[in-house]
Design a protein around this ligand. Structure first.
Ligand SMILES: Cc1cc2nc3c(=O)[nH]c(=O)nc-3n(C[C@H](O)[C@H](O)[C@H](O)COP(=O)(O)O)c2cc1C
Length: 193
């Protein structure tokens, strides 16, 4: 069972990427194989249907989509921008939803996927509002999101130098989100056998 981990921020010291790292560690310690993607390495233009029609999907889209197809789980951390997931994440998710050709089944990159979501913010809300919208988006894409989630408020003060969270309860919650995703994926795989 492979998990693709994505942060909706490419900011160098992104709180979301750091929170994601903790969930990734939790998934790995449960036995998951995790691929962490930095969206900076998959630079894609703002979705434009004319560009798609004239030039097809950009290389970064094709590469990330192929990678996504090889993974069963998604661990997603997203900043909250004015109550919504980041445009970087939304744009990537839109590109991934496009059919490459008429032989490709609709939503091929998303079929059967299970996700776990989290958010971090320097504000008190921890990005909760953005996750509500992200859940709707994932549902529209056919991705089942686990009911549990982690939101980290006051993120500017939350991390220790070694990357762990000062608050042990939140550290465990983030690790568990990763391991829970792996457990659900394993359970689903054994039921399909
Ligand atoms: C355009 C914009 C809108 C924002 N809106 C919110 C918001 O609605 N709620 C919130 O908690 N933080 C908001 N923030 C602050 C972000 O949470 C903050 O920049 C955060 O560090 C981004 O995540 P990152 O650290 O992973 O890059 C906003 C920031 C920007 C640039």
């Amino acid at each position: 069972m492979k998990i693709l981990a994505l942060s909706g921020s490419i900011r160098e010291k992104s709180f979301n990427s750091r929170l994601l790292d903790i969930a990734v560690a939790g998934a790995k310690s449960a036995g998951a194989e995790v691929t962490v993607v930095n969206l900076r390495d998959y630079d894609m233009p703002l979705f434009n249907q004319d560009l798609e029609y004239q030039e097809g999907a950009p290389d970064a889209v094709v590469q990330l989509k192929n990678l996504m197809i090889q993974h069963q789980g998604l661990l997603i951390a997203s900043p909250e921008y004015n109550g919504f997931p980041s445009p970087l994440l939304k744009n990537m998710l839109d590109w991934m939803s496009r059919q490459q050709n008429e032989h490709e089944p609709p939503m091929f990159a998303y079929n059967g996927k299970i996700a776990a979501v989290m958010a971090a913010s320097p504000g008190a809300g921890g990005g909760t509002r953005g996750l509500t919208i992200l859940r709707i988006l994932l549902q529209n894409l056919g991705v089942m999101a686990l009911p549990g989630q982690v939101t980290l408020g006051q993120a500017g003060q939350a991390f220790r130098e070694d990357g762990r969270l000062h608050e042990e309860r939140l550290q465990l919650a983030a690790e568990s989100l990763g391991s829970d995703l792996y457990d659900v994926l394993m359970k689903q795989a054994s039921e399909l056998d």
